[in-house]
Design a protein around this ligand. Sequence first.
Ligand SMILES: Cc1cc2nc3c(=O)[nH]c(=O)nc-3n(C[C@H](O)[C@H](O)[C@H](O)COP(=O)(O)O)c2cc1C
Length: 351
Amino acid sequence: MIRPVCELQGRTQRMWSVLDPILDRIEKEGTEIVLAEKITQLDDITLSGEKVLFAVCLNDAGINMEYYRLLEGFRKHPDCLEGSVGGIIVDGSSELYTKALARRLAFSANNAGCTFPGRPLVEATGSLGNFHVLSGVRGVEPIEVYRQQVETLVRSLLDFEIPVPDKKMKVLAIHASQRRTSNTMLLWDKVRSGIEHRADIAEISLRDGAVTDCRGCKYEDCLHFGEIGRCFYGGIITERVYPAILESDVLVMICPNYNDAVSANLTAFINRLTALFRVSDFSSKRIYALVVSGYSGGDIVSEQIIGAMNFNKSFILPQRFAMNETANDPLSILSVPDIDERARAFADRMW
Ligand SMILES: Cc1cc2nc3c(=O)[nH]c(=O)nc-3n(C[C@H](O)[C@H](O)[C@H](O)COP(=O)(O)O)c2cc1C
């Protein structure tokens, strides 16, 4: 467990009181737990191939300085988490900062080799208001929901193994780009040629306003539509995307950076997945992303995908899930140094 030390002593008590009894039980059941609170302690600990629980408590300004040292370590030693599997707990003092901090942690740890199972985050906002809905559903206090979620997270982390398909891997690529001129599509073509001899690949284009964004139906209505394999709006999402998602082992999102975000059509795709997600289990499917920015900001786009597809929609985030490149002019991705080698290496990792 990596629990970066929190300078504000009074703030740690809530998270520890939830976590410690659970870890005690798990230790008694035979799991060895090694604790690091300072990054310097990690010098003597091997993280590769281990299950790693990140437990971060934020001070009253939503900061934990040792967390930043942790990010520094991951970025300076990009293999230090090779083959590890991670889970994250963030306990905040206000209603802000917990999710952003968790996404950043997941992105940097993932780049250092850490895989995250679907729904790897338990966050506790200052008021515990984020547990309000579940507290009502389960009829227990928010702090008890917090405990339950941490226990579920720790146990699912310990049990997690990456599923290996027993048949030819099925890959679904989703895009909304112009095939011949888009840098992101050209990058996909390179990755695709590295996997097509060993996978069944389907591609769906969401171009030209074919996708209407989520309408925000009531939970019951959304569930009802999901149960009949539909969504309030029909069209390409229910006719082609839903069946293709259900068939696939791997989803590749082809994401040009548009205003430091996933483009509108792809965002609508994510939102419209909700009805299917309510009635289907995505937790054995893997998500990958190809992100091309004209200038900068690929990390933000990747983190958006982590939040939506791994934290919320339960897809596995395999190690180094995103290929981030910079290219602005049409076709200029083709002259990015070593692009062929890196696209091939990405394809091999996917395999
Ligand atoms: C509407 C729009 C918004 C964009 N916003 C950004 C941005 O915020 N940051 C950036 O680095 N590039 C931005 N770009 C540039 C694209 O990321 C760039 O063209 C890149 O090559 C990927 O796009 P492509 O696959 O369509 O070629 C934007 C492009 C468009 C068309």
